[in-house]
Design a protein around this ligand. Structure first.
Ligand code: AMP
Length: 461
Protein backbone atom coordinates (compact mmCIF):
# COMPACT_ATOMS: atom_id res chain seq x y z
CA UNK A 1 0.00 0.00 0.00
CA UNK A 2 2.82 2.38 0.85
CA UNK A 3 4.63 1.66 -2.43
CA UNK A 4 1.48 2.45 -4.43
CA UNK A 5 0.85 5.61 -2.38
CA UNK A 6 4.37 6.93 -3.03
CA UNK A 7 4.15 6.09 -6.74
CA UNK A 8 0.88 8.00 -7.02
CA UNK A 9 2.43 11.03 -5.34
CA UNK A 10 5.58 10.93 -7.47
CA UNK A 11 3.74 10.38 -10.76
CA UNK A 12 1.96 13.75 -10.58
CA UNK A 13 3.60 16.11 -8.05
CA UNK A 14 1.39 19.07 -8.93
CA UNK A 15 -1.90 17.32 -8.20
CA UNK A 16 -4.11 18.13 -5.22
CA UNK A 17 -3.34 15.65 -2.42
CA UNK A 18 -4.83 16.86 0.88
CA UNK A 19 -7.10 19.79 1.66
CA UNK A 20 -8.02 20.90 5.18
CA UNK A 21 -11.53 22.16 5.99
CA UNK A 22 -12.44 23.86 9.24
CA UNK A 23 -15.51 22.82 11.24
CA UNK A 24 -17.69 25.13 9.11
CA UNK A 25 -16.50 23.50 5.89
CA UNK A 26 -14.30 26.37 4.67
CA UNK A 27 -10.91 25.56 3.09
CA UNK A 28 -8.06 26.28 5.55
CA UNK A 29 -5.01 24.72 3.87
CA UNK A 30 -4.02 22.75 0.77
CA UNK A 31 -1.17 20.38 -0.04
CA UNK A 32 -0.07 19.16 -3.45
CA UNK A 33 1.53 15.76 -3.92
CA UNK A 34 4.89 17.57 -4.00
CA UNK A 35 4.17 19.15 -0.58
CA UNK A 36 3.24 15.76 0.87
CA UNK A 37 6.44 14.15 -0.48
CA UNK A 38 8.55 16.96 1.01
CA UNK A 39 6.87 16.51 4.39
CA UNK A 40 7.36 12.71 4.27
CA UNK A 41 11.07 13.31 3.58
CA UNK A 42 11.24 15.67 6.56
CA UNK A 43 9.53 13.19 8.90
CA UNK A 44 11.93 10.47 7.74
CA UNK A 45 14.85 12.67 8.83
CA UNK A 46 13.08 13.11 12.18
CA UNK A 47 12.51 9.35 12.55
CA UNK A 48 16.20 8.70 11.83
CA UNK A 49 17.14 11.28 14.46
CA UNK A 50 14.98 9.39 17.00
CA UNK A 51 16.86 6.21 16.12
CA UNK A 52 13.75 4.46 14.82
CA UNK A 53 14.65 1.19 13.08
CA UNK A 54 12.44 -0.84 10.73
CA UNK A 55 9.97 -2.89 12.77
CA UNK A 56 9.94 -0.50 15.73
CA UNK A 57 6.75 1.20 16.92
CA UNK A 58 6.08 4.91 16.53
CA UNK A 59 3.02 6.37 18.28
CA UNK A 60 1.12 8.98 16.27
CA UNK A 61 -1.07 11.47 18.07
CA UNK A 62 -1.63 14.32 15.65
CA UNK A 63 -4.43 16.79 15.01
CA UNK A 64 -6.32 16.52 11.72
CA UNK A 65 -3.93 18.94 10.10
CA UNK A 66 -1.36 19.00 7.28
CA UNK A 67 1.07 16.65 9.08
CA UNK A 68 -1.35 13.76 9.58
CA UNK A 69 -1.01 12.00 6.23
CA UNK A 70 2.72 12.69 5.61
CA UNK A 71 3.62 11.53 9.15
CA UNK A 72 1.79 8.22 8.71
CA UNK A 73 3.26 7.65 5.26
CA UNK A 74 6.76 8.46 6.58
CA UNK A 75 6.47 5.84 9.34
CA UNK A 76 5.25 3.21 6.86
CA UNK A 77 7.89 4.13 4.24
CA UNK A 78 10.60 3.80 6.89
CA UNK A 79 9.51 0.23 7.58
CA UNK A 80 8.39 1.11 11.10
CA UNK A 81 5.02 0.35 12.69
CA UNK A 82 2.46 3.10 13.26
CA UNK A 83 0.54 3.09 16.56
CA UNK A 84 -2.36 5.55 16.26
CA UNK A 85 -3.44 7.08 19.57
CA UNK A 86 -7.10 7.81 20.23
CA UNK A 87 -7.10 11.44 21.45
CA UNK A 88 -10.16 10.76 23.63
CA UNK A 89 -8.33 8.30 25.90
CA UNK A 90 -7.85 9.21 29.55
CA UNK A 91 -4.28 9.68 30.72
CA UNK A 92 -4.32 6.27 32.34
CA UNK A 93 -5.67 4.52 29.20
CA UNK A 94 -3.16 6.27 27.00
CA UNK A 95 -0.22 5.36 29.26
CA UNK A 96 -1.23 1.69 29.10
CA UNK A 97 -1.33 1.74 25.29
CA UNK A 98 2.12 3.34 25.07
CA UNK A 99 3.54 0.84 27.54
CA UNK A 100 1.98 -2.18 25.80
CA UNK A 101 3.19 -1.05 22.37
CA UNK A 102 6.76 -0.41 23.60
CA UNK A 103 7.02 2.65 21.38
CA UNK A 104 10.36 3.98 20.25
CA UNK A 105 9.14 7.50 19.44
CA UNK A 106 6.11 9.72 19.92
CA UNK A 107 5.11 11.71 16.88
CA UNK A 108 2.69 14.30 18.26
CA UNK A 109 2.03 18.02 17.90
CA UNK A 110 5.19 18.76 19.89
CA UNK A 111 7.43 16.92 17.41
CA UNK A 112 9.19 19.24 14.99
CA UNK A 113 9.60 18.23 11.39
CA UNK A 114 12.89 19.40 9.84
CA UNK A 115 12.01 21.67 6.94
CA UNK A 116 14.75 20.25 4.73
CA UNK A 117 14.00 16.61 4.13
CA UNK A 118 15.75 14.43 1.61
CA UNK A 119 14.09 12.34 -1.07
CA UNK A 120 11.62 9.81 0.23
CA UNK A 121 13.17 6.44 1.08
CA UNK A 122 11.18 3.21 0.91
CA UNK A 123 12.73 0.76 3.38
CA UNK A 124 12.37 -2.99 3.05
CA UNK A 125 10.26 -4.46 5.82
CA UNK A 126 10.28 -8.10 6.91
CA UNK A 127 7.38 -10.03 5.32
CA UNK A 128 4.38 -10.11 7.64
CA UNK A 129 5.87 -7.56 10.06
CA UNK A 130 3.27 -5.24 11.64
CA UNK A 131 2.89 -1.94 9.78
CA UNK A 132 0.07 -0.77 11.99
CA UNK A 133 -0.74 -1.66 15.59
CA UNK A 134 -4.22 -0.63 16.68
CA UNK A 135 -5.34 -0.99 20.27
CA UNK A 136 -8.97 -1.87 20.80
CA UNK A 137 -10.96 -2.12 24.02
CA UNK A 138 -9.88 -4.95 26.29
CA UNK A 139 -12.16 -6.89 28.65
CA UNK A 140 -10.54 -5.83 31.91
CA UNK A 141 -9.56 -2.36 30.85
CA UNK A 142 -6.42 -3.90 29.39
CA UNK A 143 -6.11 -2.84 25.74
CA UNK A 144 -5.77 -5.52 23.06
CA UNK A 145 -3.27 -4.84 20.28
CA UNK A 146 -4.19 -5.76 16.71
CA UNK A 147 -1.13 -5.90 14.43
CA UNK A 148 -1.80 -5.47 10.72
CA UNK A 149 0.95 -6.16 8.21
CA UNK A 150 1.66 -4.37 4.95
CA UNK A 151 0.30 -7.45 3.21
CA UNK A 152 -2.97 -7.28 5.20
CA UNK A 153 -3.42 -3.60 4.33
CA UNK A 154 -2.54 -3.99 0.67
CA UNK A 155 -4.77 -7.02 0.10
CA UNK A 156 -7.78 -5.43 1.76
CA UNK A 157 -7.42 -2.03 0.14
CA UNK A 158 -6.90 -3.67 -3.24
CA UNK A 159 -10.13 -5.64 -2.75
CA UNK A 160 -12.03 -2.50 -1.75
CA UNK A 161 -10.69 -0.40 -4.61
CA UNK A 162 -12.14 -2.96 -7.03
CA UNK A 163 -15.38 -3.55 -5.12
CA UNK A 164 -16.13 0.17 -4.76
CA UNK A 165 -14.63 1.26 -8.10
CA UNK A 166 -12.35 3.87 -6.47
CA UNK A 167 -10.56 6.16 -8.92
CA UNK A 168 -7.64 8.59 -8.58
CA UNK A 169 -9.62 11.56 -9.83
CA UNK A 170 -12.24 11.35 -7.09
CA UNK A 171 -12.23 13.49 -3.97
CA UNK A 172 -13.02 11.83 -0.64
CA UNK A 173 -14.47 13.80 2.26
CA UNK A 174 -12.96 12.59 5.55
CA UNK A 175 -14.83 13.36 8.78
CA UNK A 176 -14.06 10.14 10.69
CA UNK A 177 -11.68 9.66 13.63
CA UNK A 178 -8.19 9.01 12.26
CA UNK A 179 -7.07 6.45 14.87
CA UNK A 180 -9.48 3.67 13.94
CA UNK A 181 -9.44 1.28 10.96
CA UNK A 182 -12.40 3.01 9.31
CA UNK A 183 -10.96 6.53 9.20
CA UNK A 184 -7.29 5.58 9.11
CA UNK A 185 -7.00 2.49 6.91
CA UNK A 186 -10.02 2.76 4.62
CA UNK A 187 -10.35 6.51 4.24
CA UNK A 188 -6.81 7.87 4.75
CA UNK A 189 -4.47 5.07 3.64
CA UNK A 190 -7.04 3.88 1.07
CA UNK A 191 -7.25 7.21 -0.70
CA UNK A 192 -3.46 7.69 -0.57
CA UNK A 193 -3.03 4.28 -2.17
CA UNK A 194 -5.44 5.22 -4.98
CA UNK A 195 -4.10 8.75 -5.37
CA UNK A 196 -7.48 10.21 -4.42
CA UNK A 197 -7.42 13.74 -2.94
CA UNK A 198 -8.51 13.65 0.72
CA UNK A 199 -10.55 16.54 2.08
CA UNK A 200 -9.99 16.41 5.82
CA UNK A 201 -12.74 18.06 7.81
CA UNK A 202 -11.90 19.28 11.29
CA UNK A 203 -14.87 17.43 12.75
CA UNK A 204 -18.19 15.95 11.73
CA UNK A 205 -21.21 18.22 11.75
CA UNK A 206 -24.15 16.97 9.68
CA UNK A 207 -25.17 20.32 8.20
CA UNK A 208 -21.57 21.35 7.40
CA UNK A 209 -20.80 17.99 5.84
CA UNK A 210 -23.85 18.23 3.56
CA UNK A 211 -22.67 21.69 2.53
CA UNK A 212 -19.10 20.50 1.89
CA UNK A 213 -20.27 17.52 -0.18
CA UNK A 214 -22.26 19.82 -2.44
CA UNK A 215 -19.73 22.64 -2.65
CA UNK A 216 -16.33 20.98 -3.04
CA UNK A 217 -16.86 18.46 -5.82
CA UNK A 218 -16.69 15.47 -3.47
CA UNK A 219 -17.33 11.99 -4.93
CA UNK A 220 -16.88 9.58 -1.99
CA UNK A 221 -17.94 9.76 1.67
CA UNK A 222 -17.36 7.13 4.35
CA UNK A 223 -19.32 7.38 7.59
CA UNK A 224 -20.68 5.55 10.62
CA UNK A 225 -24.46 5.05 11.01
CA UNK A 226 -24.75 7.92 13.51
CA UNK A 227 -23.56 10.29 10.77
CA UNK A 228 -26.21 9.03 8.33
CA UNK A 229 -28.86 9.24 11.02
CA UNK A 230 -27.97 12.89 11.61
CA UNK A 231 -27.67 13.81 7.93
CA UNK A 232 -31.18 12.54 7.14
CA UNK A 233 -32.77 15.35 9.15
CA UNK A 234 -30.08 18.03 9.00
CA UNK A 235 -30.67 21.35 7.26
CA UNK A 236 -28.60 21.78 4.12
CA UNK A 237 -28.56 20.86 0.44
CA UNK A 238 -30.37 17.79 -0.91
CA UNK A 239 -28.43 17.38 -4.16
CA UNK A 240 -24.77 16.45 -4.66
CA UNK A 241 -23.89 16.64 -8.35
CA UNK A 242 -20.38 15.17 -7.97
CA UNK A 243 -21.18 12.44 -5.40
CA UNK A 244 -20.93 8.81 -6.46
CA UNK A 245 -20.68 6.72 -3.30
CA UNK A 246 -21.73 6.84 0.36
CA UNK A 247 -20.29 3.97 2.44
CA UNK A 248 -21.56 3.04 5.92
CA UNK A 249 -19.96 0.75 8.47
CA UNK A 250 -18.58 0.11 11.99
CA UNK A 251 -22.07 -0.50 13.39
CA UNK A 252 -25.48 -1.54 12.03
CA UNK A 253 -27.20 1.04 9.81
CA UNK A 254 -30.88 1.25 10.80
CA UNK A 255 -33.18 0.42 7.89
CA UNK A 256 -35.14 3.62 8.60
CA UNK A 257 -31.94 5.66 8.07
CA UNK A 258 -31.06 3.73 4.90
CA UNK A 259 -34.51 4.54 3.45
CA UNK A 260 -34.59 8.07 4.86
CA UNK A 261 -31.21 8.85 3.30
CA UNK A 262 -32.16 7.34 -0.04
CA UNK A 263 -35.47 9.15 -0.27
CA UNK A 264 -34.02 12.55 0.64
CA UNK A 265 -30.74 12.45 -1.29
CA UNK A 266 -31.27 9.76 -3.95
CA UNK A 267 -28.29 7.68 -2.78
CA UNK A 268 -28.60 4.28 -1.13
CA UNK A 269 -25.77 4.04 1.44
CA UNK A 270 -23.53 1.08 0.69
CA UNK A 271 -23.20 -0.90 3.91
CA UNK A 272 -20.13 -3.00 4.58
CA UNK A 273 -18.91 -5.07 7.53
CA UNK A 274 -15.50 -5.53 9.06
CA UNK A 275 -13.43 -5.61 12.22
CA UNK A 276 -10.06 -4.17 13.16
CA UNK A 277 -8.79 -7.78 13.30
CA UNK A 278 -10.00 -8.73 9.81
CA UNK A 279 -10.30 -5.42 7.97
CA UNK A 280 -13.29 -5.37 5.61
CA UNK A 281 -15.00 -8.73 5.27
CA UNK A 282 -18.14 -8.11 3.21
CA UNK A 283 -19.76 -5.34 1.24
CA UNK A 284 -22.99 -4.60 -0.53
CA UNK A 285 -22.49 -4.29 -4.30
CA UNK A 286 -21.59 -1.14 -6.16
CA UNK A 287 -23.85 -2.18 -9.03
CA UNK A 288 -26.93 -4.17 -8.17
CA UNK A 289 -29.27 -4.03 -5.23
CA UNK A 290 -27.99 -2.80 -1.87
CA UNK A 291 -30.16 -4.59 0.63
CA UNK A 292 -30.84 -2.65 3.84
CA UNK A 293 -30.17 -4.66 6.99
CA UNK A 294 -27.49 -6.70 5.20
CA UNK A 295 -23.76 -6.26 4.73
CA UNK A 296 -23.54 -7.89 1.30
CA UNK A 297 -21.12 -10.55 0.15
CA UNK A 298 -17.52 -11.43 1.05
CA UNK A 299 -14.70 -9.47 -0.56
CA UNK A 300 -12.56 -11.28 -3.17
CA UNK A 301 -10.25 -13.94 -1.61
CA UNK A 302 -12.18 -13.65 1.67
CA UNK A 303 -14.08 -16.64 3.05
CA UNK A 304 -16.97 -16.30 5.46
CA UNK A 305 -18.57 -19.24 7.23
CA UNK A 306 -21.15 -19.59 9.98
CA UNK A 307 -20.34 -21.86 12.93
CA UNK A 308 -23.04 -24.10 14.40
CA UNK A 309 -24.04 -21.41 16.88
CA UNK A 310 -24.20 -18.80 14.10
CA UNK A 311 -20.87 -17.09 14.84
CA UNK A 312 -19.32 -15.47 11.77
CA UNK A 313 -15.84 -16.82 11.06
CA UNK A 314 -13.49 -15.28 8.52
CA UNK A 315 -10.37 -16.32 6.64
CA UNK A 316 -8.58 -14.13 4.14
CA UNK A 317 -5.58 -11.97 3.34
CA UNK A 318 -6.84 -9.04 5.45
CA UNK A 319 -7.05 -11.07 8.67
CA UNK A 320 -4.37 -10.42 11.32
CA UNK A 321 -2.11 -13.29 12.41
CA UNK A 322 -2.88 -12.91 16.12
CA UNK A 323 -3.11 -10.33 18.92
CA UNK A 324 -0.06 -8.38 20.00
CA UNK A 325 1.92 -10.30 22.60
CA UNK A 326 -1.07 -12.34 23.70
CA UNK A 327 -0.82 -15.96 22.60
CA UNK A 328 -3.64 -17.18 24.77
CA UNK A 329 -6.27 -14.80 23.38
CA UNK A 330 -4.89 -15.31 19.87
CA UNK A 331 -5.21 -19.09 20.10
CA UNK A 332 -8.79 -18.79 21.38
CA UNK A 333 -9.70 -16.40 18.55
CA UNK A 334 -9.08 -18.78 15.65
CA UNK A 335 -10.73 -22.05 14.66
CA UNK A 336 -9.04 -24.02 11.81
CA UNK A 337 -7.42 -20.85 10.51
CA UNK A 338 -10.68 -18.86 10.61
CA UNK A 339 -10.94 -15.81 12.87
CA UNK A 340 -13.91 -15.93 15.22
CA UNK A 341 -15.56 -12.52 14.98
CA UNK A 342 -17.87 -12.76 17.99
CA UNK A 343 -20.67 -11.54 15.71
CA UNK A 344 -23.70 -13.63 14.87
CA UNK A 345 -24.65 -13.98 11.22
CA UNK A 346 -27.47 -15.30 9.11
CA UNK A 347 -28.02 -15.56 5.38
CA UNK A 348 -30.63 -13.16 4.01
CA UNK A 349 -32.92 -14.33 1.19
CA UNK A 350 -30.96 -12.03 -1.16
CA UNK A 351 -27.86 -14.19 -0.55
CA UNK A 352 -26.30 -11.38 1.47
CA UNK A 353 -24.84 -11.76 4.94
CA UNK A 354 -26.91 -10.27 7.74
CA UNK A 355 -25.44 -9.36 11.12
CA UNK A 356 -27.94 -10.93 13.48
CA UNK A 357 -26.40 -9.97 16.80
CA UNK A 358 -23.29 -10.24 18.91
CA UNK A 359 -21.90 -13.07 20.99
CA UNK A 360 -19.21 -10.79 22.38
CA UNK A 361 -20.12 -8.27 25.01
CA UNK A 362 -19.37 -5.28 22.87
CA UNK A 363 -21.20 -1.95 23.07
CA UNK A 364 -20.84 0.23 19.95
CA UNK A 365 -21.38 3.92 20.71
CA UNK A 366 -21.68 5.88 17.47
CA UNK A 367 -19.14 3.53 15.83
CA UNK A 368 -16.67 3.42 18.75
CA UNK A 369 -16.31 0.18 20.69
CA UNK A 370 -16.62 -0.18 24.43
CA UNK A 371 -16.38 -3.45 26.32
CA UNK A 372 -18.56 -3.61 29.46
CA UNK A 373 -15.60 -5.05 31.37
CA UNK A 374 -13.51 -1.90 31.04
CA UNK A 375 -16.34 0.31 32.34
CA UNK A 376 -17.01 -2.11 35.20
CA UNK A 377 -13.32 -2.32 36.05
CA UNK A 378 -13.09 1.48 36.24
CA UNK A 379 -16.23 2.04 38.34
CA UNK A 380 -17.01 -1.03 40.46
CA UNK A 381 -14.49 -0.07 43.17
CA UNK A 382 -16.41 3.06 44.16
CA UNK A 383 -17.34 2.88 47.90
CA UNK A 384 -21.02 2.03 48.35
CA UNK A 385 -21.23 -0.07 45.16
CA UNK A 386 -22.02 -3.72 45.72
CA UNK A 387 -22.26 -4.73 42.06
CA UNK A 388 -22.01 -2.71 38.88
CA UNK A 389 -22.72 -3.96 35.39
CA UNK A 390 -22.43 -2.03 32.15
CA UNK A 391 -24.64 -2.83 29.17
CA UNK A 392 -25.54 -1.27 25.86
CA UNK A 393 -28.85 0.58 25.80
CA UNK A 394 -30.48 1.28 22.40
CA UNK A 395 -30.26 4.89 21.22
CA UNK A 396 -31.64 6.25 17.94
CA UNK A 397 -28.72 8.62 17.36
CA UNK A 398 -25.69 6.66 18.57
CA UNK A 399 -27.03 3.16 17.99
CA UNK A 400 -26.17 2.31 21.58
CA UNK A 401 -25.11 4.18 24.70
CA UNK A 402 -23.48 2.78 27.83
CA UNK A 403 -25.82 2.17 30.76
CA UNK A 404 -24.54 1.40 34.28
CA UNK A 405 -26.74 -0.86 36.42
CA UNK A 406 -25.82 -0.63 40.06
CA UNK A 407 -26.69 -2.60 43.17
CA UNK A 408 -25.75 -0.76 46.37
CA UNK A 409 -24.57 -2.19 49.69
CA UNK A 410 -27.22 -0.84 51.97
CA UNK A 411 -30.56 -0.15 50.26
CA UNK A 412 -29.79 3.52 49.79
CA UNK A 413 -32.26 6.39 50.12
CA UNK A 414 -32.79 8.64 47.08
CA UNK A 415 -30.42 11.37 48.31
CA UNK A 416 -27.64 8.83 48.93
CA UNK A 417 -28.18 7.31 45.48
CA UNK A 418 -27.98 10.73 43.84
CA UNK A 419 -24.74 11.40 45.66
CA UNK A 420 -23.35 7.99 44.61
CA UNK A 421 -24.31 8.68 40.99
CA UNK A 422 -22.42 11.98 41.13
CA UNK A 423 -19.33 10.22 42.47
CA UNK A 424 -19.59 7.54 39.78
CA UNK A 425 -19.90 10.18 37.06
CA UNK A 426 -16.83 11.98 38.42
CA UNK A 427 -14.89 8.75 38.55
CA UNK A 428 -15.87 7.93 34.96
CA UNK A 429 -14.62 11.37 33.91
CA UNK A 430 -11.23 10.68 35.44
CA UNK A 431 -10.83 7.10 34.28
CA UNK A 432 -12.65 6.70 30.99
CA UNK A 433 -12.63 8.30 27.55
CA UNK A 434 -15.86 10.31 27.02
CA UNK A 435 -17.56 7.80 24.69
CA UNK A 436 -17.06 5.01 27.27
CA UNK A 437 -18.74 6.89 30.15
CA UNK A 438 -22.23 5.70 31.10
CA UNK A 439 -24.90 8.16 29.99
CA UNK A 440 -27.47 6.43 32.10
CA UNK A 441 -27.36 5.11 35.70
CA UNK A 442 -30.00 2.80 37.12
CA UNK A 443 -30.06 1.51 40.71
CA UNK A 444 -31.55 -1.94 41.13
CA UNK A 445 -32.34 -4.18 44.11
CA UNK A 446 -30.66 -7.05 42.25
CA UNK A 447 -29.29 -7.85 38.82
CA UNK A 448 -31.18 -10.12 36.42
CA UNK A 449 -29.33 -13.43 36.06
CA UNK A 450 -29.76 -16.49 33.88
CA UNK A 451 -30.00 -20.07 35.14
CA UNK A 452 -26.18 -20.26 35.25
CA UNK A 453 -26.04 -17.24 37.56
CA UNK A 454 -24.52 -15.07 34.83
CA UNK A 455 -25.77 -11.50 34.60
CA UNK A 456 -28.27 -11.27 31.75
CA UNK A 457 -27.10 -8.13 29.96
CA UNK A 458 -29.69 -8.54 27.23
CA UNK A 459 -32.59 -8.09 29.63
CA UNK A 460 -30.92 -4.98 31.06
CA UNK A 461 -31.20 -3.42 27.61
P1 AMP B 1 -14.09 -2.45 15.04
O1 AMP B 1 -13.05 -3.48 15.32
O2 AMP B 1 -14.01 -1.27 15.91
O3 AMP B 1 -14.14 -2.10 13.59
O4 AMP B 1 -15.50 -3.12 15.40
C1 AMP B 1 -15.90 -4.29 14.80
C2 AMP B 1 -17.31 -4.62 15.17
O5 AMP B 1 -18.20 -3.61 14.70
C3 AMP B 1 -17.79 -5.88 14.51
O6 AMP B 1 -17.37 -7.05 15.21
C4 AMP B 1 -19.29 -5.70 14.53
O7 AMP B 1 -19.82 -6.09 15.80
C5 AMP B 1 -19.45 -4.21 14.35
N1 AMP B 1 -19.77 -3.86 12.95
C6 AMP B 1 -18.94 -3.36 12.01
N2 AMP B 1 -19.61 -3.12 10.86
C7 AMP B 1 -20.91 -3.49 11.08
C8 AMP B 1 -22.10 -3.49 10.29
N3 AMP B 1 -22.12 -3.04 9.04
N4 AMP B 1 -23.23 -3.95 10.87
C9 AMP B 1 -23.23 -4.41 12.14
N5 AMP B 1 -22.16 -4.41 12.94
C10 AMP B 1 -21.00 -3.96 12.42
Amino acid sequence: MIRAALERLESDPAREAVVGLDARGAVRWRMSARDVLAAIGGWQVWLDAQGVEPGERVALDLPRGPELLPAHLAVLASGACAVPINPALSEHERARVLERAEVRAMLDAAAERPSAGGPVRLAEAAPGAPALLIFTSGTTGEPKGVPLSRENLEANLDGLAGTWGLRPDERLLHALPAHHVHGLVLALYGSARMGMPVWLMERFDAERVLGALAEHGIAVFMGVPTMYHRMVDAPGPDAFPSMRLFVSGSAPLAEADFHGFESRFGFAPLERYGLTETLIVASNPLDGARVPGTVGRPLPRTEVRLANDGEIEVRGPGVMCGYWQDEETSAASFRDGFFRTGDLGAMHESGHLRIAGRLKELIIVGGSNVLPGEVEHALAGEPGVDELVAAGVPDADRGEIVGAFVVVHEGGDPAALRELETRLRERAERELAPYKRPRLYRFLAELPRNAMGKVDRRSLR
